[in-house]
Write a protein that binds this ligand. Structure first.
Ligand code: SF4
Length: 142
């Protein structure tokens, strides 16, 4: 895990967000569990959740650009100190639906912006059980 992380963005699927407050992802970060175990609780890391804007990740480029500019201007955070997590509702097969079909496209946009990208956020126990039962696709947690 990089030790110069000062800001984490969590991108959530627009469709999933119609029924999800986003609490579980932010809570996982707050507790440093699930996909966030590698970040120390002692580190003063800011978290900024936002949604993708609908297929195929319509607002991701614009919002990430805004995030980079604001982080630099307001908190002197450089873009290489930002990690964007693609939330579990985007990257895993889950109660919402199978993984986002636009992941390669979205990752390309984010990497071109110069931020680091990681996959996953909240780890649902039910989805994990269904993965083990072969109902949902496997997912390799980083
Ligand atoms: S399927 Fe992918 S691009 Fe479409 S709304 Fe969900 S996360 Fe966004």
């Amino acid at each position: 895990m990089e030790n110069n992380v000062r800001l984490i963005g969590i991108i959530q699927c627009d469709f999933a967000k119609e029924r999800c407050s986003g609490f579980a992802c932010v809570n996982s970060f707050h507790e440093r569990i699930d996909a966030f175990t590698g970040y120390s609780k002692d580190d003063n890391i800011m978290v900024v959740p936002f949604n993708c804007g609908g297929c195929p990740g319509r607002r991701i480029g614009r919002v990430t650009e805004n995030l980079i500019k604001r982080a630099k201007k307001k908190a002197n955070i450089e873009k290489n100190e930002i990690v964007i997590h693609l939330s579990s509702c985007m990257v895993t097969d889950s109660a919402h639906y199978p993984p986002c079909p636009h992941l390669d496209y979205i990752e390309k946009i984010l990497r071109r912006k110069g931020v680091k990208v990681r996959k996953g956020s909240y780890k649902s126990k039910t989805a994990q059980r269904r993965r083990e039962e072969g109902i949902y696709e496997e997912f390799e947690w980083e």
